[in-house]
Ligand binder design. Structure first.
Ligand SMILES: *[C@@H]1O[C@H](CO)[C@@H](O)[C@H](O)[C@H]1NC(C)=O
Ligand SMILES: *[C@@H]1O[C@H](CO)[C@@H](O)[C@H](O)[C@H]1NC(C)=O
Ligand SMILES: *[C@@H]1O[C@H](CO)[C@@H](O)[C@H](O)[C@H]1NC(C)=O
Ligand SMILES: *[C@@H]1O[C@H](CO)[C@@H](O)[C@H](O)[C@H]1NC(C)=O
Ligand SMILES: *[C@@H]1O[C@H](CO)[C@@H](O)[C@H](O)[C@H]1NC(C)=O
Ligand SMILES: *[C@@H]1O[C@H](CO)[C@@H](O)[C@H](O)[C@H]1NC(C)=O
Ligand SMILES: *[C@@H]1O[C@H](CO)[C@@H](O)[C@H](O)[C@H]1NC(C)=O
Ligand SMILES: *[C@@H]1O[C@H](CO)[C@@H](O)[C@H](O)[C@H]1NC(C)=O
Ligand SMILES: *[C@@H]1O[C@H](CO)[C@@H](O)[C@H](O)[C@H]1NC(C)=O
Ligand SMILES: *[C@@H]1O[C@H](CO)[C@@H](O)[C@H](O)[C@H]1NC(C)=O
Ligand SMILES: *[C@@H]1O[C@H](CO)[C@@H](O)[C@H](O)[C@H]1NC(C)=O
Ligand SMILES: *[C@@H]1O[C@H](CO)[C@@H](O)[C@H](O)[C@H]1NC(C)=O
Length: 548
């Protein structure tokens, strides 16, 4: 038997979309990799995460399913505020000491988290590119110490974070742009590559992730400064792989909503986040940027992102609606040619999928724990499950499942349709699972949908053989507004320890004549179906027989 994955998300109060989707045979596909869902961690907050086992436990559950640990970028605003000092020179012999605008570290800081992440984790580290005095002596020392602690876990360096904000940060003079950036990138990357440690590292030496731009190309009121920094201009200017450094990837950042200013504050809404059309409007602006990266034979990634910039917004970022958004986002990005998406984390940020320690916010004490959005990661793990080392799936967005409240993807292994993901993005505000002690209670849902949650049968026309069994995996929760009671086909995680609870419920449907598959969907629910594997079924039966 072959594997098929069906995924469906919660649908809206009035069912506006189709209930019949056909998978065309001529779709253009892009790579879907097994480690496409990663995290970006703000450097000043990293120790808070690595101080408890919650994050490594959760990442380990994902790696158990995908076979590859999620990639971690250590970078953010405080990257360009990081200063490396000799061991022993910080107050109290600390390995780091940070505030909102300064982050002082010693080499011991790298060593303190070097072994934290699950085996096989690829780490990207962002060097301080702002501090350009002494020919970037600080950045070069950071590069050397990071390598000493991490060795081949360190796969990429970024030179600076959001360099298209450097003028507005007063880190570069007005007029700084593509030409100056390229000259400085070449200068620093060349000196890193000449360092003894880099030469000795040979082929294992870290490569570079260039660009790291923040401003979205098409939304002027989200552009912080006027400059010519985008991937099209960058590649045209000659910053391409091999020209000087090994440029493995380019990175852009995206935040669809923001608490940073009044204009965008007024556009912050859960039902606009969990809306496939809005997501498409945000992501499609990168199509020309992908084309430029393609032409340079280099991959573009969403190197830092989340729902709402400036730390997120409780009631939006920490809901089941955000989990549906994340699933749709990772798959849509892959389908247009951005194979990796790194969700940003701070230890006291409302958009963090999990939070390692209790903290105070708005007169409330938030517990450590897991927010609803983490389940998007475990669901995506099920989507990309089934790949060996060096293998990838191919993915296409389905033209027949493309509405504000419906999204869908077909996923191929070689020429064969392997899985289908369907997301019902309609808003359903339920009355259960409204609270989560790791989120603000003041943002628990107060607006409820009337009547009963709509459900319907979806028919999907596939190339699968009549009689084949299809496994259905669901990302499900009580409503778009839910902050708890979310699970992936019955699997949930202990909110304190991150321990996995339950096992994936087996739900099989049979392919009918003409390759048609019928399955039930509910509003605001995600489902993933894959063709059942005989061995797995047998194992499950054995486990049941043994009373486990
Ligand atoms: C696939 O075929 C359909 C129907 O013939 C056509 O409208 C569509 O443009 C084709 N798409 C691609 C990507 O070739
Ligand atoms: C890490 O844990 C130790 C021991 O509980 C505590 O003293 C320290 O403040 C914690 N550090 C951070 C960054 O949370
Ligand atoms: C951080 O540095 C400041 C200034 O040197 C010092 O007052 C403070 O105690 C230090 N904090 C820690 C946690 O070491
Ligand atoms: C300071 O920290 C370093 C590295 O963590 C450690 O090796 C050294 O013993 C410490 N020194 C003192 C005086 O505690
Ligand atoms: C970082 O180091 C600088 C230079 O020694 C010092 O002025 C500053 O107070 C330090 N900041 C923190 C947060 O430790
Ligand atoms: C560092 O940036 C400043 C401000 O833009 C600029 O004047 C100076 O030339 C730069 N230094 C180097 C070494 O590029
Ligand atoms: C690319 O550069 C041109 C000038 O060469 C400029 O007009 C354009 O705005 C730049 N694009 C972006 C997105 O900055
Ligand atoms: C990209 O690869 C193609 C085919 O190998 C090659 O012809 C082209 O020169 C490469 N482009 C760049 C910018 O390296
Ligand atoms: C927190 O409590 C203080 C004192 O009662 C009050 O002034 C403030 O408005 C409260 N803040 C929030 C966000 O509720
Ligand atoms: C989703 O967003 C689109 C585009 O902004 C809008 O037209 C549509 O009304 C939204 N749907 C809902 C249910 O809000
Ligand atoms: C659902 O609840 C969110 C806030 O929790 C609200 O913004 C949205 O308007 C509600 N939508 C419906 C259809 O009830
Ligand atoms: C549910 O019905 C009540 C009473 O008619 C109405 O006030 C409320 O706006 C409705 N809720 C939604 C989400 O439509």
């Amino acid at each position: 038997m072959h594997a098929a994955v069906l995924l469906a998300l919660l649908a809206g109060t009035c069912l506006g979309h189709t209930t019949s989707v056909t998978i065309p045979s001529n779709l253009t596909t892009r790579q879907l990799v097994r480690d496409g869902y990663g995290y970006s961690v703000e450097p000043v907050w990293l120790s808070y995460f690595t101080n408890t086992s919650l994050m490594s436990t959760l990442l380990g559950h994902v790696a158990d399913v995908t076979g590859k640990a999620p990639p971690i970028r250590i970078g953010g605003t405080t990257s360009d505020e990081t200063r490396l000092y000799p061991v022993g020179s910080l107050a109290g012999n600390a390995s780091s000491n940070g505030t909102g605008s300064q982050f002082n570290i010693t080499a011991a800081w790298y060593a303190s988290w070097a072994d934290y992440f699950p085996a096989g984790t690829d780490v990207i580290y962002t060097l301080n590119f702002a501090a350009n005095e002494s020919n970037w002596a600080n950045a070069k020392a950071e590069a050397s110490e990071a390598w000493t602690a991490l060795h081949d876990k360190l796969v990429l360096f970024e030179l600076g974070n959001e360099v298209d904000h450097f003028i507005s940060e007063s880190w570069r003079a007005p007029g700084w742009g593509v030409a100056e950036y390229i000259a400085q990138f070449d200068n620093l990357s060349a000196s890193i590559q000449r360092a003894d440690w880099y030469v000795e590292a040979g082929p294992q030496a870290p490569k570079f992730q260039a660009a790291v731009f923040a401003d979205p190309p098409w939304v002027p009121d989200q552009q912080t400064e006027q400059d010519d920094l985008d991937i099209v201009n960058l590649t045209r200017g000659g910053l391409v792989d091999g020209a000087h450094a090994v440029v493995e990837t380019y990175s852009v950042h995206l935040y669809p909503q923001s608490t940073c200013d009044t204009e965008r504050w007024l556009r912050m809404r859960l039902d606009l986040l969990s809306n496939h059309t809005v997501l498409w409007l945000n992501v499609s602006q990168y199509v020309p940027q992908v084309a430029a990266a393609d032409q340079a034979n280099t991959t573009l990634v969403f190197g830092e992102t989340n729902s709402v910039s400036c730390s997120g917004r409780s009631g939006i970022s920490d809901t089941f609606g955000a989990a549906l958004w994340s699933v749709d986002y990772v798959l849509l990005a892959a389908s247009i040619g951005l194979p990796k998406v790194y969700f940003h984390l701070g230890a006291q940020s409302q958009y963090s999928a999990f939070t390692p320690e209790p903290y105070e916010l708005d007169n409330e004490t938030l517990a450590s724990g897991i927010r609803a959005n983490f389940y998007s990661h475990y669901f995506i793990a099920q989507v990309v499950e089934g790949l060996g080392d060096g293998e990838t799936y191919q993915i296409a967005a389905l033209p027949g499942a493309n509405a504000s409240d419906l999204s869908g993807y077909s996923i191929y292994k070689g020429a064969d349709l392997a899985k289908v993901v369907l997301l019902d993005m309609g808003v359903w505000n339920g009355t259960e699972g409204l609270a989560n002690p790791s989120t603000l209670s003041s943002t628990d849902g107060t607006v409820f949908s009337n009547g009963t949650r709509p459900s319907y049968n979806m028919s999907l026309t596939t190339s699968w053989t009549e009689g084949a069994q299809v496994q259905v995996v669901r990302l499900q929760g009580p409503g778009t507004n839910a902050k708890s009671l979310v699970n992936v086909s019955g699997v949930s995680f202990d909110t304190t320890t991150g321990a996995k609870l339950g096992k994936l419920a087996s739900e099989l449907v049979e392919v009918g004549s003409g390759g048609v598959v019928y399955f039930g969907l509910e509003q605001a629910e995600a489902r993933l179906g894959r063709e059942a594997k005989e061995e797995e079924e047998e194992e499950e039966e054995e486990e049941e027989a043994a009373g486990r």
